[in-house]
Design a protein around this ligand. Sequence first.
Ligand SMILES: [Zn+2]
Ligand SMILES: [Zn+2]
Length: 362
Amino acid sequence: MAKDYYNVLGVDRKASKDDIKKAFRKLAHKYHPDKGGTDESKFKEITEAYSVLSDDKKRREYDTYGQAFPGGHPGAGGQGGNPFGGFDFSQFQQGFGQGGVEFDFGDIFGDMFGGTRGQARAPRGRDISIDLEIPFKDAAFGTTRTVLITKVSTCALCQGTGAKPGTELESCTTCNGSGRVHETRNSILGQFTSVRTCVACEGTGKIPKEKCPECKGHGVHRKQEEIKINIPAGIDNGEMIRMPGQGEAIKAGTAGDLYVKVHVKPHATFRRDGANLVMNLPVKLTDALLGTTVSIESLEGKTLEVKIPVMKRAEELLRVAGKGIPMEGSRGDLIIRLEVALPHKLSGKAKKSVEELKTEGL
Ligand SMILES: [Zn+2]
Ligand SMILES: [Zn+2]
C-alpha cells in the first residue's frame, strides 16, 4: 500500500522544491475536480504527495521512514506509526482559502477557485495531540497505555441526538431541515452566496422536542474519557500514532483525530540504531588477550552467554543475531562494542609480569 510520492508527482527523488511545485501545479490543473469531473482520488493522491514533498521536514521524514513502514508498523492495527499513513484529506480541505495550509494555494489555484471558496465543508471535530513518554523496553516490544483525556465527546445518554431519551426530534424551522442556511451578500464585485451551518440545529436539520439533560441538547459535551493506546513494537522516539475519530466530537460531522507523540526514555545499557541495539562492554586486558565467555542481560531480561574472542584491536564489534528491536516481522541484532579496559594501577607483581612480556616484544 506504500505510495511513492515521487512517482505520484512524476519527479526524481532529488527533485528541487521548484520542480516539485511545477509538477504538482501541472497535475493539479489536470486532475482538479472542478475541472469537469476528473478522477478525484487521483487529485487527492497528488495533493497528499505534494503536501509531504513540499515540506522540508516532512520530506526528510518521508525519505527516511516513508518506504520502511508501509501502512504503519507491524501490529499497529491500522493506526500506524507512519506519520504519513494517516494523512487526512478532509482536514486539508478545511485549510483551503483560510491560510491554514503551509503552502500557497492561492498561487496554484487562484484561477480555478473563483466561485467555490465560500462553500461550507463537512464539519469536523478538532484534532487533539498528546505526548506520551514510555520506557525504552516498551518501545522495543510494544505496549498499551490507557490515558485520561478531557475532550468534547458524543453524549452517551442521547447517542448524540440531543434529545431526551424517549422523546422525538422535529425538523428545524430555521433551515427547513437541511442543516444549512444560505446567505446572500452584495458587494462591489457582485453578489456572493455563502452556505453556513445552521446555528439553531447545529447542522443536523433536527431539533429535539425535549433536550437531553446530560448534554443540554448539544449531542456532545466535554468530559473525561479513558483512551487505550496501542503502541506498536519498534516505535522510535518522536514517532506519531494517529487514532482516527478519537479527537473531539462534533454534533453534525465527523470526530477529529487523536495524535500521540511518543517519547522514548533512554536506556541505561542499550541504545538504538535502526533495528539494532547497541551496547558497550568493557573487556579486561587479560580477557582481551586470552578470550573469555561473559554473561550479559538482553533487553528482555534474559541471560545471554557471549563468547569474547581473542581481540586483535582495542575496540571490536560483536554481533548477536536476532536480539535487537522487533521490526516488520523480524528482529534486528544486538551489537556489542567491546572495549579493552586498561588497568588503572599495576601491583609490583603485575608490573614484573608486564616487564617480562616486554622482553618478548609485546
Ligand atoms: Zn445528550
Ligand atoms: Zn437548522
